[in-house]
Structures are given as C-alpha cells and as structure tokens.
Design a protein around this ligand. Structure first.
Ligand code: AMP
Ligand code: MG
Length: 406
C-alpha cells in the first residue's frame, strides 16, 4: 500500500469523535471548532474614521471654504451633536463619524485659521476615509467554520466579534505504548544499564510529536515482548482510548506480537506500507479503538508518526491538518536509492539566492536518530526512482509543515 492510499483509507474509515463541549476563548487555543460561528455584530459596529482629520459634509467641501470647528471625536468618545452646513468636527482614527458627516478630510490638507475655524488648501475627490458599518465583517457572516483549528488569529477575530465562548470537539484520548524487552525507562541511570539494554526513546518522541495537537495523551509505558502481556495491555487500553499508538514489535521477528494480537482481539486493517523507512506500519482496531503500530527503529517511528500518526490523530480530533508543504529543491549532493519503495531521507535545506538547495544528512540507517541532528526536512524520493545525481531537483517536506503546531 502506498502512503497516499493509506492516508485516503484513514480519512474514509475513521470517523471524527462526535462529542463537543463549550470552552471560554482563553482555553480555545489549538482546539477544533465544532460549529460554524455566525456573528450578530457588524464590524465596525458604527461608521468609523480611517484617518486623523476633520469630519465634514462633502457637499460643503469647496476650495477656499472655511469651516466652523464645532467639536471633536476620539476613539471611544463620539461627538454627540449634528453637523449643520459649514460645520466640521476634529476626528481621529477609530472614532465614530458624527451624524451628518460623510467624509474625513486628512489633517495634512487642512489649515487651522484659529481655534474655531479651518480651511483647506486643496480639494480632492475620491476616498471618504470612512469605514462604513460592516466594512470588515457583515452582520450574519460566518467568521469561523466548523473544523477550524483555533489559532491565535482566529481566536483574536472571535474576540473582535465579542464571541466569548466556543463549542469545540472533545479531545480524543490517545494511549502511547512502546514495546520491547530491551527497553529501559529514562529513570534508570546509564551506569545501571545491563548488557543488551537501550533506552526507550520512541514513547517520548511520539508523545512529544502529538503534544501540540488537541488530544488527551496517556503514557501507557513499555510492554514486554510477551504475547499475554501485550494482549492484556492492548485490551485494557482499547477500552479507555480512542487511539493507541505503539512502537516496535510489528515486524516479522520472533518477538513481534503486536500485529498478531490486534488480529486476535479485533481487526488488522492494513499492515505494511510501501515506504522506507517505515515498511511494517500496521493499522487496526479493537472495537471502537483504533491502533496504529509504528515500527520500532527510531527513525522509522518518527517518519511514520509524522506522515501517518499526526494526520490520523488530527482526523479523529475532527480537523484536517494542512497537507505537508512539498517544495522543489536542487540536490547539492547525490542521493542513493534503489527502485521499489518511496523513501524519506533526512535532509537539510537552505536558500542560495532565494533558491532552495538540499543535502542529505549522512548515512541513512533507520536506527540512526543522529540523521535528524542537523535535519530540517525530509527528502521524498519516488518509489520508481534510481540514484539521483547532484544538481537534480527533488521534493522536500520541511519539518515546519509536518509538525502540526497551532
Ligand atoms: P522492532 O520493530 O521491535 O523489531 O524494533 C526495531 C529496532 O528498534 C530494534 O533495534 C529495537 O531495539 C529498536 N526500538 C524498538 N522500540 C524502541 C524504542 N521505544 N526506543 C528505542 N529503540 C527502539
Ligand atoms: Mg522489538
């Protein structure tokens, strides 16, 4: 199965959680809007001056004419009188335009003769420098659509419309497991590591990759390579989670029990993707709980978490993340690739005279977390491609577009 097919399958198979609740705007950051928001308040709510100057009636406005200055209007302090012929009001940006005025003359064009009288040097038609009611947002307009992930600007726009509470989707509960007899928790000091043991890094990485998404994340620890342990743990976790993400134990080794356990307890939807790294990726379900089995090699875990785990979690949470940004860059060093699987190498891109260039970060073994050390993108190599010479164009996926921030 190709990555595209797997992603398409996810979005048709997996229904977003239906439950919703209300939150105040101050707690809405990163949450997914459950309903369209319609505003009852036009913006601006009154005709407002766009500049500092003098509010006049345009019919009065002829060259050389003097005006009686009858008051002033500041933002938050409207002028309450009405303009008669030949009157003007000193006005500042954001102030309500007084009744009777239909134009603001910029202060640069005006000469004050004395405290009560002004005149203009020139008359120019065109702009009224008045923002009419609803100029920004009309009454009844949809100002935020269901499925939007609430970021700083949407939240600010809701505040501008006086919307203090929003209905958001409930956050899916995601349990994260790692698996492997060799894995040791970070609480054990390096001096206490026994032969053959390594630290469990995947559980941490996966939780951190998901941290900014609207999810409730449960750290479910590390499972031993024992079918009974895995069976009990998956079954219990499935009853309290909407999605389980595991790493390790999905290959065809003697100690790989995750896929078999999913089949025994529920259903394995697919297993094996045509990508490198990440081939043994598995998707299944136990009753209402989806299970994503990521391969254990740390680079494979990260690449599949980015390309499949984040979109899947986002889908459950009720939003579609922007598709990863794919840009064309020129290779600055050759890439080796055998036709067969689409490959995602770690690379570093930069701009030379505005043009993106990219280079891989060294030997690309799927165990080598160090290939991420200087990386800022994945280089996407099509399945059918062979070796690619320096100077050729390739597609890169910058990390900024892959890590769903809000
Ligand atoms: P597996 O898919 O279980 O065969 O694991 C493949 C490789 O990834 C093995 O070398 C494991 O030791 C390593 N690995 C598996 N899980 C983790 C983990 N949570 N943290 C670090 N390395 C892991
Ligand atoms: Mg293992």
């Amino acid at each position: 199965m190709t990555l595209e097919k797997a992603l398409a399958a996810l979005s048709t198979l997996i229904q977003p959680l239906a439950a919703t609740h209300e939150v105040p705007l101050s707690e809405a950051r990163g949450r997914v809007l459950a309903e369209d928001v319609v505003t009852a308040l036009p913006l601006p709510p009154f005709p407002a001056s766009a500049m500092d100057g003098y509010a006049v009636k345009s019919e009065d406005w002829t060259q050389g004419r003097t005006f009686n200055l009858i008051g002033q209007a500041l933002a938050g302090h409207p002028f309450t009188g009405t303009l008669a012929a030949g009157d003007c009001v000193r006005i500042f940006t954001g102030a309500q335009v007084p009744v009777g005025a239909d134009r603001v003359v910029l202060q640069e064009w005006v000469k004050a003769l004395d405290e009560r009288t002004i005149t203009f040097d020139a008359v120019s038609a065109g702009e009224s420098y008045i923002r009419p009611v609803g100029n920004d947002v009309a009454q009844g307009e949809i100002i935020a659509v269901a499925g939007t992930r609430l970021g700083p600007i949407t939240i600010g726009s809701l505040a501008a419309s006086g919307i203090a509470q929003v209905t958001v989707r409930q956050r899916p509960v995601i349990g994260v497991f790692s698996s492997g007899d060799e894995l040791i928790d970070i609480s054990v000091p390096p001096s206490a590591l026994q032969p053959g043991q390594i630290y469990d890094s995947n559980r941490r990485t996966v939780m951190e990759l998901l941290r900014n998404l609207p999810l409730e994340i449960l750290d479910l620890g590390c499972l031993n390579d024992d079918p009974e342990t895995i069976r009990t743990a998956l079954q219990q976790a499935a009853s309290r989670c909407d999605l389980l993400i595991t790493s390790g134990g999905v290959s065809v080794g003697e100690a790989d029990f995750i896929t078999q356990t999913i089949s025994d307890l529920g259903e394995l939807v697919f297993w094996k993707l045509n990508i490198k790294p990440g081939k043994p990726l598995a998707l299944g379900r136990i009753e209402d709980c989806w299970i994503l089995g990521l391969p254990g090699n740390p680079v494979s875990t990260i690449v599949t978490a980015l390309l499949v785990g984040i979109p899947l979690a986002a889908h459950l949470a009720g939003f579609s993340p922007e598709p990863p940004l794919r840009i064309s860059a020129q290779l600055d060093a050759p890439l080796g690739h055998q036709p067969g699987r689409a490959e995602y190498q770690r690379g570093r891109y930069w701009l030379t005279k505005g043009e993106p260039k990219v280079r891989h970060t060294g030997e690309q073994g799927s165990n080598r977390l160090s290939t991420f050390r200087h990386a800022n993108c994945l280089i996407e190599i099509p399945a059918e491609s062979g070796d690619i010479p320096s100077g050729a164009r390739v597609t890169i996926l910058p990390f900024v577009g892959l890590m769903a921030e809000a």
